[in-house]
Unconditional design. Sequence first.
Length: 63
Amino acid sequence: MTFRSSVIEMMAMKAPLYSIKVSYVDPKGTTRSKEHDEIMKRCRLGRHTASAYLVALKGLNLT
């Protein structure tokens, strides 16, 4: 059985081989926010997909 953390670690180790920059983002405050509800409604996304979207925006420094 492979645990998620080991899969994430493996991806982080292999990313530089493909010129992909890896950054870790704290997901705190992405689920229970006004912004989360707005994105769910506007983009018609599920709860988890909207959270992932907000985490990605945080990682790109767009929020």
